[in-house]
Every structure is written in C-alpha cells, then in structure tokens.
Design a binder for this molecule. Sequence first.
Ligand code: APR
Length: 170
Amino acid sequence: MRLWAVRGDITEADVDVIVNAANPGLLGGGGVDGAIHRAGGRAILEECRAVKAGLPEGRLPRGQAVATTAGRLPARWVVHTAGPIWSASQDRSEVLRSCYRESLRLADELGARSVAFPAISAGIYGWPVDDAARQAVAGVRSLSPDHVREVRFVLFDDAALAAFEAALSG
Ligand code: APR
C-alpha cells in the first residue's frame, strides 16, 4: 500500500473513496465537510440522513466511520468520520488514529483501491497539525487492507503538507 501526501482540494481527488472530516451530527458543517457537501450535492446529505437514522441516538461516535454515495464528486463513495476535538488535558490520540483505521477498513470492505484523507481534526477541531499527521500515518499503517493500494493525504496548505511529509518519512 502506497502512502503519499499532496497539496490540493480533496473534492477534486480522483480516488474511489474520499474521507470526510465530519461531526457526530452528520448533517454537514464548515471546512472540508462543507466543501464535500457543496461539491458532491444533495445526494450525499440525503444518504447521511438515512445513515444517521440507524445510528445510536442519531449520532456517529467519534472515531467511527460510515459510507454514503459521493454524489457529483469524482469518487465512488464518501466515508464520513467524526474526529476528536483537541484537548491539552486529555489524550484523545487513539480516537484520531481510529478515524483513519476505521475509515480505511470501511473503504477496503467496499472494495476501494484508492482512498484520499484530509487532515482530520487539524482545522476547526484544533489539533496541532504535526501531531495530527503522526496520528494519521500511525492509524493508516495499523491496518493491512486487502484491496486498498493507495492512500493519499490531501492537504489544503503548505504547513499541513510539510507535516504529513515529515510524518511519512519518519
Ligand atoms: N480539501 C482538503 N482539505 C481541506 C479542505 C479541502 N477542500 N477544506 C479544508 N481542509 C483542511 C483544513 O485546512 C484542515 O487542515 O481539512 C483539515 C480539517 O479541517 P476541518 O475541515 O475544519 O475539520 P476538523 O478540524 O476535523 O473539524 C471538523 O468542522 O467542518 C466542521 O462539520 C465539521 O464539525 C466538524 C468540524
């Protein structure tokens, strides 16, 4: 499985699965969540509503992942995961690694060969990007998928790109 980092807009990634940094409510938001819903269109939100109805109290537990159509995006599916909110007093690293591991596991179960991840929790959720990158690489490397051959970290700014390149070379 090839892991690499690239600067870009994840809604343009030509992969089988695009991973969304969502929230437990699953009905959209800002950041990459907003970009994916805007670019992918209403079909994604409609499926999020249907998936949400089957979740405990209608909420996606942080660290877990669900899949929907990708709508108008170049991908076949969007895998939505809810990252942990950064805390200086509580170590939530395992939840962040779980976002990557469970999203990759689900993408593999769907038969995906390529997966694009954003820097989950490194935006509105405030996670320091260097550590977010380390948790991302650790989470992806903790799984040996059957079908996925490529994992692409798609970063929206140079600082995030540098952090992920450093984490990948470590
Ligand atoms: N493509 C790739 N990366 C992007 C894009 C994009 N189009 N837009 C934003 N990003 C980057 C941000 O720069 C950041 O590095 O994605 C990373 C994650 O940032 P957020 O999208 O803010 O996600 P997160 O920190 O996990 O916060 C999730 O924000 O958008 C809401 O509904 C979402 O409540 C949830 C929370």
